[in-house]
Design a protein around this ligand. Structure first.
Ligand code: CA
Length: 218
């Protein structure tokens, strides 16, 4: 299993390399955005650990460029809770998961393993369900001919549900993926946002599966 670590903090990058190698991963390290982008395009990796604040090009840009180029290697983004960056943006740009710094190494390892296990399915650039169309690259959502404006969070929620199209997704999973793993606010926020999406996308767009969660598409 081959992992690319894109991280400019040398100590963290070295620590990750040492730890991941000890776990049996082959590890390449890039210390800036452009180098990370180049490596991710030129080589095949099972997963990429991508920092956001990077010299040359930030992690969001790297991620966006890769997805636009059709590189769907699973990406775990490292975010810092400094108020400047929103974790949701990480998912919006096409990352598969994110971890807020500082993080524990064992958590990173577990997340990375989960990503590698999930693998790199050939993902459609455009997600659809019936007449609904969501393009992660251009961030456009439409129903038939009508374009629909969504907020960043609504978009992230719709995208998450559409990526899991036909599956019942629990409120907990939604909170973890669209909000934060450590989300401690009111979990009813999910219902509120599902309500917003139904208003914008059409009442039938999202099914409520009693006691289990929500489902989009079949
Ligand atoms: Ca950094």
């Amino acid at each position: 299993m081959r992992v690319l670590v894109v991280e400019d903090e040398r100590r963290l990058a070295d620590g990750l390399r040492t730890g991941l190698v000890a776990e049996g991963f082959a590890v390449d390290v890039a210390n800036n955005g452009p180098d990370g982008l180049w490596r991710a395009r030129e080589h095949r990796y099972d997963a990429i650990v991508l920092d956001i604040m990077l010299p040359g090009m930030n992690g969001y840009k790297v991620c966006e460029s890769l997805r636009r180029d059709g590189v769907w290697t699973p990406i775990l983004m490292l975010t810092a809770k400094d108020g400047e960056w929103d974790e949701v943006e990480a998912l919006d740009t096409g990352a598969d998961d994110y971890l807020t710094k500082p993080f524990s190494y064992s958590v990173l390892l577990a997340r990375l393993r989960a990503l590698v296990r999930r693998g790199t399915p050939p993902r459609p650039t455009v997600l659809t369900a019936g007449e609904l169309r969501l393009d992660p690259a251009s961030r456009r959502v439409s129903r038939g001919e009508v374009e629909i404006a969504l907020t960043a969070r609504e978009f992230a929620l719709a995208q998450f549900l559409l990526r899991r199209r036909g599956e019942v997704v629990s409120k907990r999973e939604i909170l973890e993926q669209v909000w934060d793993y450590d989300f401690e606010g009111d979990p009813n926020i999910v219902e509120v946002y599902v309500g917003h999406l139904r208003t914008k996308l059409g009442r039938g767009a999202i099914e409520t599966i009693r006691g289990a969660g929500y489902r989009m598409g079949r």
